[in-house]
Design a protein. Sequence first.
Length: 322
Amino acid sequence: MNIVEVKDLRMCFPILKGVLFHSVAGYVKAVDGVSFSIPEGETLGLVGESGSGKSTVGNMLLRLLKPTSGEILYRGRSILGLSPQEEREFRSRVQMVFQNPFASLNPRMIVGDIIGRVLRVQRPELKRDEVRDLVLNGMQEVGLKVEHMTRYPHEFSGGQRQRIAIARALISSPEFVVLDEPTSALDVSVQAQILNLFKDIQKKRHLSYLFISHNLSVIRHISHRIAVMYLGSLMEFCDRQELFRNPLHPYTQALLRSIPKPYVTGEDISDKIIKGDIPSPIDPPAGCRFNTRCPQATDECRSVRPQWREARDGHWVACHQV
Ligand SMILES: Nc1ncnc2c1ncn2[C@@H]1O[C@H](COP(=O)(O)OP(=O)(O)O)[C@@H](O)[C@H]1O
Ligand SMILES: [Mg+2]
């Protein structure tokens, strides 16, 4: 059973020109026809260079952004056009953890209130003591201590703050969590601890994750399946082992070559991949989006957009050369 299914998702941001009378000067094609699914209890790792459209995908799944077109199904039902009641239900089932635990925690609130606030809204019937107990349980689950409850966010390290953000996301017992670069701002040693925490919690609670990162080493550590994104489009999608054993797309192959050896998490690989910059999504290359940087590009690649197709069982790719 898929918890999430996305079909031909697109997001175009208008570029406005002029100060008083806005006119549309063009569009940023941030997400340009993306399809994938996430089976229940699994992690889909979404990897790609900065600017490839990963966060835009995550934000559409969270209903923070309305897609220009395409479909998003949650447990088989569209999340576009929910009734207020369905919307409330969706909000309690789907949560998020973002990159920056410094910006996402209110500096004026103590940790216990930050974590418990959602419950006041979602479960107003709970008594003070009950909320307190739930918050304490949640804090223990992510490795925080009882005495942390009355402290303020600035008293914690980056890793501890991310634990607070995780406890807050889990307090409403979600089924699906979008994790957008949740370890990218942390020291390498702390990254591994937080990644393991995500894995433990997933096993215990049977959660499903969309895990977004520019770092393939991190993605490899956490994902069951991996989707490789480039300039608004998916290049490849399959299970983790298959991707590392048998990468089909030249972009994926380049990403794999760029993984630092020996295995080190946390290193930014985006400038080691291949020569040249990622083109602008305002005016993306015709044909295959990757053709301007691909060592194997032919005339066909420069003019015809490759189809998204299942090249092998469960292994999807968009490339003329495969
Ligand atoms: N609100 C917005 N308005 C205009 N352009 C945007 C907006 N949000 C993102 N973009 C553009 O869309 C593209 C994809 O951005 P994003 O989804 O943040 O990529 P990633 O998360 O992979 O780094 C980028 O070119 C970015 O500048
Ligand atoms: Mg992003």
